[in-house]
Design a protein around this ligand. Structure first.
Ligand code: SAM
Length: 275
């Protein structure tokens, strides 16, 4: 860096698998700051080694004690300090927001050096509407909490993006069949790495594939908005019949409209016929 950096906190996005994806500015900043706050000094140490710089590393996450946070903020008041996570953009399902909040409260300058984030990379590959999307982090691991989280998002008219782990992928796809019927899904895996893949289909097709080919590595799940994939008349009848078992026709129509994006009045008329 030609000039010393101004004091402050520099949020630096790092590669999600391909070291070539560190931006020129990100690399320069990591070499010029007084210290880099990071989740795991070994992981970030490898990136710094790749960049050929030997900046001091400080371990930091949002569970860090107030003392550690104050220490990092104290440094950032006097000199330039970077925050990185193991991979991708800090704060996106990663530590950092408490540090940024603290910095802003204390009048410490915060600058963000943008770069890769798995959620955005997956959205660019999935072939699903990208004008409105909702990133919802990781789904809960317990079945009931996962179902509740999906139900809560069922009516949102936007593509849904989740971080996922390989061991939980099949369970999540099974929950999508039940709670978000008729939605197309894309499984984006190992993005920017050697075995990158983005596989689209119905959750049923994806379960069949990943049962035969055990999924590995890091995964982003992208789910089409309601109504993007047409629900067949047979599927709509099936859903209405299920709903009518416990709900009044108007409620059943509203519920099926919510999960499929189909017209509520048309569903109500059909519910009255089926009742
Ligand atoms: N802050 C990161 C970002 O901006 O992408 C995300 C951190 S979050 C703790 C880690 C999760 O991101 C992984 O479990 C996976 O769901 C997703 N992820 C990270 N790298 C990925 C990759 N190369 N391919 C697919 N998913 C990835």
């Amino acid at each position: 860096m030609d000039q010393a950096l101004e004091p402050g906190l520099y949020i630096v996005a790092t590669p999600i698998g391909n070291l070539g994806d560190i931006s020129q500015r990100g690399g320069t900043v990591l070499g010029a700051v007084a210290a880099v706050a990071c989740e795991d000094t070994r992981v970030t140490g490898k990136l710094l080694q790749h960049l050929g710089v030997k900046t001091r590393l400080i371990r930091y996450d949002d569970h860090a004690s107030d003392e550690t946070r104050d220490f990092v903020l104290g440094l950032a008041r006097e000199s330039a300090v970077a925050l990185v996570s193991d991979a991708g953009t800090p704060l996106i399902s990663d530590p950092g927001y408490k540090l940024v909040r603290g910095a802003r409260e204390q009048g410490i300058a915060v600058t963000s050096i943008p770069g890769p984030s798995a959620a955005i990379v997956a959205l660019t590959l999935a072939g699903l509407p990208s004008d409105r999307f909702l990133f919802a982090g990781f789904l809960p691991s317990k079945a009931k909490a996962r179902a509740d989280a999906l139900s809560e998002l069922a009516g949102i008219k936007a593509t849904l993006v989740f971080y996922e782990t390989a061991p939980r992928l099949i369970d999540s796809l099974a929950a999508i069949i039940e709670i978000l019927p008729g939605r197309e899904v894309a499984v984006a895996r190992e993005l920017t790495k050697l075995y990158e893949e983005c596989r689209s289909g119905t959750p049923t097709e994806l379960i069949a594939h990943y049962t035969a080919h055990s999924p590995r590595g890091e995964i982003v799940l992208v789910i089409a908005p309601p109504g993007e994939v047409e629900t067949s008349a047979e599927d709509a009848d099936l859903l209405l019949r299920e709903a009518l078992a416990t709900l009044k026709p108007s409620q059943a129509a509203a519920e099926v409209a919510r999960t499929t994006g189909l017209d509520r009045k048309t569903l109500y008329a059909r519910a009255m016929e089926l009742k």
